[in-house]
Design a binder for this molecule. Structure first.
Ligand code: SF4
Ligand code: SF4
Length: 97
């Protein structure tokens, strides 16, 4: 079996998480479902409510645009099942050019 990841991004946020940050640090979140044991830490403590629990208790990335790449989930996941890639905000760079 290959790596199973969840990067679900529905058109509308089911949690009503508000608007994405206009500028600043952002991250691209990937959860490796076959490593995750579904402890729920990332779902409970992500300060930006990026995750929601799926039917099996594992996190779904439901608000990817809200991630600020704070790395809390990466540092606290006991199974090393989350990877966050920081994203450069090109808009900021264009604004000052
Ligand atoms: S890096 Fe921070 S904001 Fe992004 S998903 Fe993890 S805990 Fe949430
Ligand atoms: S903290 Fe890690 S093991 Fe726990 S639910 Fe999140 S991804 Fe899965």
């Amino acid at each position: 079996m290959g790596e199973e990841t969840s990067d679900v991004a529905p058109a509308e946020s089911p949690s009503g998480g508000g608007q994405a940050p206009r500028a600043g640090r952002r991250g691209q979140v990937r959860v490796f479902g076959n490593w995750c044991k579904g402890c729920g830490l990332c779902i409970a403590f992500c300060p930006r409510h990026v995750f929601e629990a799926g039917a099996d208790g594992r996190p779904l990335v439901v608000n990817p645009e809200r991630c600020t790449a704070c790395m809390w989930c990466v540092e606290h996941c006991p199974d090393f099942a989350i990877v966050v890639q920081p994203i450069e905000d090109d808009r900021e760079r264009r604004d000052v050019a």
